[in-house]
Design a protein. Structure first.
Length: 258
């Protein structure tokens, strides 16, 4: 997101992260029963990230949230990088499977809409890199549902993966714009309409910025601004773009069937 440093969660111990994600652990040690579970730690970290952003998720902050010492958290997770992996997989567990019987186009639409909503519930997901994220069961299930939507429609395996990357990439990009816009409104205290009310008279007084010099920009910008009541509408861009992406996939599939 704009103004926020991306958090790299690929620098931890992948073996330990995968063991935690899949519930593979060493035999329990003798002694008193642990006060917490790894799931408790993950839920606390997600709550902190939702309330603030990913920068709020430190071992100390999570420990304070749970009322324990920071060192005690290392009983449950070996470090922050592994905790981020667990948080991502936890969030992916919120994604439902598309309803049975949907065609591929409706299924991909449902998948995209659910991911759009997920990013708006958990904006911090856009602040973490995921290319090296340790793949947990919920992340595998997410990918399985995505692939199942396009299984058997005429694409080869590499194309199936590329189609999913195209759709989910569109969701990420437009959701990032949506969340950036919302954060800008909160930070400035002005809606887009209010900002343009202040900016428009200034531009109108600059001869070099009039419609005669920029006829297309003036015409199209005015039409879009009136339609959206804003300089841009990420929700419209998301759904318009998704429809065009699906049109392209449909054209490819139809071509294969000829």
């Amino acid at each position: 997101m704009a103004g926020v440093r991306t958090q790299d969660n690929g620098d931890g111990d992948p073996r330990r992260a995968i063991e935690l994600l899949w519930g593979v652990s060493a035999p329990p040690r003798r002694g008193p029963k642990p006060k917490l579970t790894t799931a408790d730690v993950v839920r606390a970290a997600v709550a902190l990230a939702d309330a603030d952003d990913i920068e709020a998720v430190t071992m100390r902050r999570v420990a304070d949230h749970l009322g324990v010492s920071p060192m005690s958290l290392y009983t449950y997770v070996p470090g922050r990088a592994e905790l981020l992996d667990l948080m991502i997989d936890h969030a992916h567990g919120e994604l439902p499977a598309p309803e049975p019987g949907l065609g591929w186009r409706a299924a991909l639409t449902a998948i995209a809409e659910n991911q759009w909503a997920l990013f708006h519930r958990h904006p911090w997901l856009l602040q973490v890199t995921t290319s090296r994220s340790a793949l947990g069961p919920h992340t595998f299930t997410k990918y399985e549902h995505e692939l199942r939507a396009v299984e058997g429609i005429g694409l080869d395996d590499v194309e199936m993966d590329a189609v999913i990357a195209l759709v989910t990439g569109l969701v990420r990009t437009t959701a990032r714009s949506s969340l950036d816009n919302a954060r800008l409104v909160r930070a400035s205290g002005m809606t887009d309409a209010q900002w343009w009310e202040r900016a428009a008279p200034v531009l109108a007084g600059i001869p070099a910025a009039d419609a005669a010099h920029y006829p297309l920009s003036s015409r199209v910008g005015q039409a879009a601004g009136e339609a959206h009541n804003a300089a841009e509408n990420p929700g419209h861009a998301f759904r318009f773009g998704l429809a065009r992406v699906l049109d392209g996939i449909e054209a490819l599939v139809s071509q294969r069937q000829q």
